[in-house]
Design a protein around this ligand. Structure first.
Ligand code: PLP
Length: 405
């Protein structure tokens, strides 16, 4: 297979000015991954700063109530900053430091990647600028607050739709002139090579921990389930299992409000098209003019119109199965695991949780599945509470505003 490609997907479709920084990054990454001292420092930070290994919980109550397969939950949500994104942010920031960079730039949509990046920059003493669309800044104020608390500068993007894809373009523009001292810390397993490989490697700690926990406890897993936005938690979770014929690997996309253009972010069915955008070839949701479509999901992290090229390839080749979960199914799954297990899934992860509930019944007793809880749900309180707590939440917010006047 051609370097940087996964079947027909992937590659490096960028302006000439970005070739050098990407080549330098590719070489620096390969060197770092072969250096024991780099890996030892990363492992130390994973343990002491991120809080790894994260636990693998037997969801015994949930499994019993469903009466099907046994469900295990990989609790990435217990990592520092509340989700898996910090695995990649830490890996890349440490690599940037090794390459002599003093400044980090990143894009963020909902703000989760920005928060993880700002946190690791604080820890490693790196300057941090996060590009964020004006629309997203208005919607995601709590994450802007956290990023600024960590000492990052959040730079508003006013071009285009003023959301994630515009933030990516601004970050690339910055990098084209700043790369001698700046690293672009991309947040998911996509973008031009070597980002998809690099992000998978830094996220594969999730899958390696699951693999050894299963071996240690002598558990045979029949299926692994993860939600898929850009695809970083899924590819990291699946990574050690890709070359094996088992377990089944299932990716869950955002089904949103259901079928129809703009109502969901399902890229791996007939609706998604092969195209090239933002530096790589993959499956995208595109309009008639080939522009990225506006999507919808109740979860802020699953609404990107593209998908990582390796996941697209694994979907086409059949190693990976794709499903989708609706907004309401995700909210129901969130409630179910909160009530039965005392854990609150992030809305993104709750899409995987919804599929896990269905699959447990399908597989039946005697089988086992592992679902990746990519994040915890505290961050979603402003989205989930209006859905789940209704009027009491509105009166709480109204009284808070009164109190602050
Ligand atoms: C960002 C995010 C996702 C989606 O991103 P991937 O790259 O697909 O993993 C999923 N879960 C959580 C908790 C997130 O913050």
């Amino acid at each position: 297979m051609e370097k940087g490609f996964f079947g027909e997907f992937g590659g490096r479709y960028v302006a000439e000015v970005l070739r050098r920084p990407l080549e330098e990054l590719e070489a620096g990454f390969a060197e770092a991954m072969g250096d024991e001292s780099f890996l030892a420092e990363l492992a130390r930070l994973q343990r002491d700063y991120i809080g790894r290994p994260t636990p693998l919980l037997h969801a015994a109550n949930a499994s019993k109530e469903l009466g099907g397969a046994e469900i295990y939950v990989k609790q990435e949500g217990l990592a520092n900053t509340g989700a898996h994104k910090i695995n990649n942010a830490m890996g890349q920031a440490l690599l940037a430091k090794r390459l002599g960079k003093t400044r980090i730039i990143a894009e963020t949509g909902a703000g989760q990647h920005g928060v993880a990046t700002a946190a690791v920059c604080a820890r490693l003493g790196l300057e941090c600028v996060v590009y964020m669309g004006e629309v997203d800044i208005a919607r995601q104020r709590p994450n802007v607050y956290y990023m600024e608390l960590y000492g990052a500068e959040v730079r508003p993007v006013s071009s285009g739709s003023r959301t994630l894809k515009d933030a990516v373009n601004e970050a690339l523009r910055d990098w084209a002139s700043s790369f001698p001292n700046t690293h672009y810390l991309l947040g998911s397993a996509l973008g031009p090579a070597p980002f998809p490989d690099m992000v998978r490697e830094f996220q594969s700690v999730i899958g390696r921990e699951v693999d050894s926990a299963l071996t240690e406890r002598d558990i045979h897993a029949d299926a692994l389930v993860a939600c898929v936005g850009g695809g970083s938690n899924a590819i990291g979770f699946f990574a050690p299992f890709l070359e094996r014929s088992e377990p089944r690997l299932i990716g869950v996309e955002a089904g949103g409000r259901g079928a129809g253009e703009g109502n969901n972010a399902v890229r791996m069915t007939d609706v998604g098209k092969t195209g090239i955008a933002q530096g790589y070839k993959s499956r995208f949701l595109l309009d008639g003019d080939g522009q990225l479509l506006h999507t919808h999901s109740v979860s802020a992290g699953l609404d990107y119109p593209g998908i990582g090229p390796q996941l697209a390839h694994l979907g086409v080749s059949g190693r990976l199965e794709f499903r989708s979960a609706l907004d309401d199914e995700a909210l129901d799954a969130l409630k179910f695991f909160a009530r039965t297990e005392g854990i609150i899934f992030a809305l993104e992860s709750a899409h995987a949780g919804a599929q896990a509930i269905k699959l447990a019944k399908e597989l039946g007793p005697g089988k086992t599945l592992v679902v990746n809880m990519s994040g915890r749900g505290d961050k979603d309180i402003f989205i989930s509470a209006p859905h789940l707590a209704g009027d009491s939440w509105v009166s709480f917010l109204t009284e808070e505003v009164e109190r602050l006047k």
